[in-house]
Design a protein around this ligand. Structure first.
Ligand code: IPE
Ligand code: IPE
Ligand code: MG
Ligand code: MG
Length: 360
């Protein structure tokens, strides 16, 4: 037997894939800056470029991997542009999310609504700075969404293949907005309803972050339903695990690594799965303390430490870690028999580990 016969298949080149996606975004924004719109447009583009720096690009990477998994071959430029369009759509979602969540930092830099205030400090009179920043962020998010669509529709794709992708893109956007709405409704309403918290996760993250990007890439390559179903079976548990990790990092992470503060979810009173599990297990005293502290917009470091202590003491933190492990295992088990090309299967295994063991 040749030695190479037992080697696992080489995974796809994620670093190169990311570079190509970033370069597609860069070329698109450069073309927009040179376009016919007025002379203040470069300011907006500069803010958008600043915001785009530093993301993990998980959705574009999954989109290209999905394409390859489904047999995509030849020129990867069109699918790369489609993948890049997902990152612009993500920028829209995050810019607005930071307004909704009152988050001042994103990817280690000021969130867009804060960046607008700084960019225009001292140039306005009679306009509330906070309101100005929020308005600017709404516009920047709108622009990112509009350009995401433009980039997709100019992806040089064959019209039939692009048409096959659109239903999945439409679902992705609708599911994400619906999930964000459920998240909004649950904010400030602490509850022990873990199933309700997980429903939010499925809409706002599992479909949006893992399942639909894979489907979009795969349908572009002409995937059949069996292949799409296998992607769903991998993506749903992994997407849940991804958000559960995000919830833990959002409270226990290191801001220098995550690029996000660890007080926002607590000050907002987000009813994450972690909080729902703690609520179920809390003693009367612990529940009273959570009620007094969660959702307090002025919660200080000591208050945050008290909440963290309760999340740990109730066993909620350990339980969320176990849920992440279980779901990662489920996703990896799907790969054992999934009908994907071997290099894509290997890459999806790597991505599952990266997405659940991440520190940012
Ligand atoms: C953040 O997404 C929002 C969630 C769905 C958890 P990412 O964790 O992919 O953020 P970036 O794009 O890498 O900054
Ligand atoms: C954001 O969810 C999900 C989106 C669909 C944009 P979160 O609010 O939990 O994510 P972070 O922690 O701010 O990145
Ligand atoms: Mg949010
Ligand atoms: Mg948020």
């Amino acid at each position: 037997m040749r030695a190479t016969a037992t080697l696992p298949p080489a995974a796809l080149d994620l670093v190169g894939m990311r570079e190509q996606v970033d370069s597609a975004i860069d070329r698109f924004l450069t073309a927009q800056a040179a376009g016919p719109v007025g002379h203040r447009m470069p300011e907006l583009i500069g803010l958008l470029r600043g915001f785009l720096a530093g993301g993990k690009r998980i959705r574009p990477l999954l989109c290209v991997t999905g394409w390859y998994a489904a047999g995509g071959c030849g020129d990867s430029a069109p699918v790369t542009r489609i993948a890049a369009s997902l990152e612009l759509c993500h920028a829209f979602a995050l810019v607005h999310d930071d307004v909704m969540d009152g988050s001042d930092t994103r990817r280690g830099r000021p969130a867009a609504h804060r960046a607008f205030v700084t960019a225009h400090a001292g140039h306005r009179t009679g306009v509330d700075a906070r309101q100005f920043g929020v308005s600017g962020a709404i516009l920047l998010g709108d622009l990112a969404l509009a350009w995401s669509d433009e980039l997709l529709h100019t992806a040089c794709a064959h019209p039939d293949r692009l048409a096959a992708v659109l239903p999945y893109l439409h679902r992705m956007r609708t599911e994400m907005v619906y999930g964000q709405y459920l998240d909004l409704l649950a904010t400030g309403r602490r509850s022990g309803d873990v199933a309700a918290a997980m429903t939010i996760v499925r809409y706002k993250t599992a479909g949006y972050t893992i399942e639909r990007p894979l489907h979009i890439g795969a349908t572009f390559a002409g995937a059949d339903q069996k292949l799409l179903d296998a992607m769903t079976a991998y993506a749903v548990p992994l997407g849940e695990a991804f958000q559960l990790r995000d919830d833990l990092l959002g409270i226990f992470g290191r801001p220098r690594q995550t690029g996000k503060p660890t007080v926002d979810d607590l000050r907002q009173g987000k009813c994450t799965t972690l909080v729902a599990l703690a609520t179920r297990a809390a003693t009367g005293d612990q529940a009273a303390t959570l009620d007094a502290l969660l959702g307090n917009p002025d919660l200080d470091d000591a208050g945050c430490a008290t909440v963290r202590g309760i999340l740990t003491a109730t066993g909620a933190t350990v339980e969320v870690e176990a849920m992440i492990r279980d779901r990662c295992r489920q996703a990896l088990a799907v790969l054992d028999s999934a009908p994907f090309r071997p290099a894509a299967t290997a890459t999806l295994g790597d991505l599952a580990r990266l997405a659940t063991e991440r520190i940012r």
